[in-house]
Design a protein around this ligand. Structure first.
Ligand code: PLP
Length: 441
């Protein structure tokens, strides 16, 4: 049944036992099954997913090789005593992640989710400086408007006003402005914003005292700014500043990792090797909760003997568990063996010019690989709520899932999306934009 046709509500009348991820509304869907890049809800309505869930389900919802790997691991050994050793899938996954990462990354710490990987990165950065005899280097810098997760440390790094409702966060976190905000709020020219933002970060490190700063944690592409994509020059400057002040450069690649940008990681897209990389979401293709911190050689050296095993505790009960590791290993193997980097770039080349045409006159497009952000700049039907949310709702009513907030919406289609499915998504998006922003001029 197409999404528009309304059906009786599938929701039980008493919903008080379930705590929803976001406020329950008339748009909330009770999902019941999924295949390819489509989901079906409990009333039988079908939805085309242009968000890979939430930057996760890159291989679609019925990827046999990953499902089989998980099923096989389930029947072989679903869990192992983590305090007494490890499992082969986790060892193989760590090696596969290091091989995919830029040169200079030599170890991986497996965890259960993106927020956990951010926490682990903060702890690793502080531990690194302590073992180097600089225990006072504890502060962490991060971008205003970046998103880093929902645990206390990661939430504190998240430079958005809505986190203040939880009271004081992790001490020693300092926020800095990314280039995109300098352009949007102060009118700085795009060809100047990277240099100026980097310079402001260096001045901040100096003002805080370089001997007190442990790390700079940033999303290479800020998704909650409608995919703000800085220039490669910005990252080169940050690398240089961090080196000169002995500050670890940490990339939060939880959205941008695993081929999403058309490169294995954004680090390779921008030609910079961070000291630590937090990765998650696409790492398992959505077949198990999984994330990791990828660790640069010099930090890994402090976690064990040269060329020997590494250790980093305390850990989490479910960290590096066989089920999640099997899912991750199958996903990374499929990514490599299935030549998904080529597939992502081919699909991106098909989608980008068409998407540009659909949004023309109504918004500006930012694109890197299969990651798209549109800031809405055209006219507006004046409806209630932010325009980005209204576009997303108008899409959902027509059976298309994307994310919209403030004045932007973003898309991150699965790598297995066919051209016909991409065309269908673009047609629905065009109709939704016609409704909310008026017909394209
Ligand atoms: N960092 C980024 C850039 C994210 O987008 C997210 C989640 O959306 C996180 C960190 C937190 O990851 P998780 O939700 O898996 O804890």
């Amino acid at each position: 049944m197409p999404a528009q046709e309304s059906a009786a509500s599938p929701w039980p009348t008493d919903l008080s036992a379930y705590c929803f991820e976001v406020p329950h509304s008339e748009d909330s869907l009770l999902f019941s099954s999924a295949k390819g890049v489509r989901l079906t809800d409990a009333t039988g309505r079908s939805f085309l997913d242009a968000m890979s869930g939430v930057f996760v389900s890159c291989f679609g919802y019925d990827c046999e090789p990953i499902a089989q790997a998980v099923q096989q691991q389930l029947h072989t050994m679903p869990f192992n005593p983590p305090l007494h050793g490890a499992n082969q899938a986790a060892l193989d996954l760590a090696r596969a992640l290091v091989d995919l990462a830029p040169e200079g990354i030599t170890a991986a710490k497996l965890v259960n989710g993106g927020s956990e990987s951010i926490e682990a990165a903060i702890r690793l950065a502080r531990l690194h400086h302590r073992t180097q005899g600089r225990p006072d280097k504890v502060k962490v810098l991060s971008h205003y408007h970046g998103y880093h997760g929902a645990t206390f440390g990661s939430l504190t790094l998240t430079g958005r006003p809505d986190v203040s409702r939880f009271g004081p966060g992790l001490p020693g976190v300092v926020h800095v402005w990314p280039p995109d905000c300098l352009e949007a709020f102060w009118g700085v020219a795009p060809d100047r914003s990277g240099a100026l933002a980097a310079e402001m970060i260096e001045r901040t490190i100096e003002a805080e005292g370089a001997d007190s700063v442990a790390a700079l944690v940033i999303e290479p592409v800020i998704h909650l700014r409608g995919m703000a994509i800085p220039s490669a020059d910005y990252f080169a400057r940050l690398r240089d500043i961090c080196d000169r002040h002995d500050v670890l450069l940490v990339f939060d690649e939880i959205v941008t990792g695993f081929g999403r940008t058309g490169h294995p990681f954004a680090a390779q897209a921008f030609g910079v090797t961070p000291d630590l990389m937090c990765v998650g979401k696409g790492i398992s293709g959505g077949y198990a909760p999984l994330a990791a911190v990828l660790i640069g050689e010099r930090i890994a050296a402090g976690l064990g003997d040269a060329d020997g095993p590494r250790a980093f505790a305390p850990s989490h009960t479910y960290a590096a568990n066989p089920m999640a590791s099997a899912a991750g290993l199958a996903a990374v193997t499929l990514f490599n063996d299935g030549d998904y980097l080529t597939k992502v770039n081919e699909l991106a080349q098909y989608v980008e010019p068409r998407l540009r045409q659909v949004v023309a006159g109504r918004g500006t497009l930012r694109a890197i690989g299969l990651l798209y952000g549109v800031t809405l700049t055209g006219s507006d039907d004046g409806g209630a709520g932010p325009i980005g949310e209204r576009v997303a709702r108008a899409c959902l009513r027509r059976g298309l899932i994307l994310r919209g907030q403030d004045d932007w919406f973003v898309l991150a289609p699965a790598f297995v999306t066919t051209r016909a499915e991409a065309d269908e998504a673009l047609e629905i998006l065009g109709a939704a934009l016609d409704e909310v922003c008026g017909a394209a001029r």
